[in-house]
Design a protein around this ligand. Sequence first.
Ligand SMILES: Cc1cc2nc3c(=O)[nH]c(=O)nc-3n(C[C@H](O)[C@H](O)[C@H](O)COP(=O)(O)OP(=O)(O)OC[C@H]3O[C@@H](n4cnc5c(N)ncnc54)[C@H](O)[C@@H]3O)c2cc1C
Length: 374
Amino acid sequence: MNEHQIGIVGGGLAGLTAAIALSRYGYDIAVFESNTYPHHKVCGEYLSNEILPYLNSLGVDLLAAGGKSIDRFEISSNQGKIAACRLPLGGVGISRYALDNLLYETAKSQKVTFYFEKVQDIRFDGNGFKVESRQTRVSAHMVIGAYGKRSGLDKALHRSFIQKKTHWLAIKGHYSFPEFPNDLVALHNFKGGYGGLSKTEKGHINFCYLAQYDVFKEFKDVSAFNEKIVSQNPHLKHFLVNAEPVFEHPLSIGQISFEPKEPIVNHVLMCGDTAGLIHPLCGNGMAMAIHAGKLVSEFVHAYFRGTYISRRDMENAYQRSWNTHFKRRLFYGRYFQKLLLKDSFLNWGISTFGRSEGLLQNIIAKTHGKTVSP
Ligand SMILES: Cc1cc2nc3c(=O)[nH]c(=O)nc-3n(C[C@H](O)[C@H](O)[C@H](O)COP(=O)(O)OP(=O)(O)OC[C@H]3O[C@@H](n4cnc5c(N)ncnc54)[C@H](O)[C@@H]3O)c2cc1C
């Protein structure tokens, strides 16, 4: 059995951030990741600037990696009515292929150990953990769960959200579409879903959408769904008719759950989507995952330094802090998603308030945090 001080399950944004931050404090870290790097992921690929100074402090410079600086937002209803505003904080357009790999290279350069294996079980024995994949067993004093939206591990840990039916799937692809501006992120509604468009570091346009399974299942495949449903929105029709796909096939994921989750399960400190997934329309899940990686690393470090009288004491403090930073944003995300999917309401809202930049900016601010300081 291999021994490490801290085991991190999942090497996405939350897990890699925690790994980098904790290795800078000098801990011996093991990350389990079921994929290799780099790889594409289903994601809108718009990262809020709230996290940029922190990433820079970790030595990760997204603009130097070609990320596109974005400060304009537009939203359209299925009927094509459009509203636009300057983004209060702005963001960066960068592919997950590039972003996750940048963080991975940074973690590797800091001597983080990687096991490219899928974790099947995490057990707590009262003192520490055993983390098990098919090939490897690792013992660790502390374990961070950063394995994303959904995993077989959620069943092994008996989490309640995994029992509930989900109604969402997501499709993503990169396209060549030169007329799309560098500085824009666009959110377009369609029946039973919505999709985002923004540019990546390579100049390709990422088109990623979320759709209700009940609407999607009537169509045989993504092309038919794009043609019959997504293209009802004239802005998306213009995009789909004129853009050239870069991927041979779009990527897809199903079973996406927005149910509330617990930030601590069986003493495992959860962070990122493993602790709660915000609705993608907020364009904020990545910044929250990175922020959560920072937060969990601070609590783990404080625990090892003896700031807390017990593990339980630290866990309670982490849970309170997680709630303070993220719970309200998840609530607003759920609320705005309900409104966005009511196309008649969205159409009316855009016609009535569409010219009020301030109102749109206020709505955006509700799901975003303040700039995270290093
Ligand atoms: C359709 C869609 C669009 C989105 N668009 C945006 C957007 O534009 N902007 C934004 O900020 N957010 C967006 N998000 C949210 C964002 O993608 C997530 O919040 C973010 O990826 C969370 O990062 P994470 O590290 O928690 O999880 P992930 O990035 O999913 O990382 C989890 C990692 O764990 C690994 N893993 C899973 N199970 C195991 C296991 N058993 N053993 C080992 N490894 C495992 C996975 O391979 C993965 O690499 C979107 C989400 C969706 C669904």
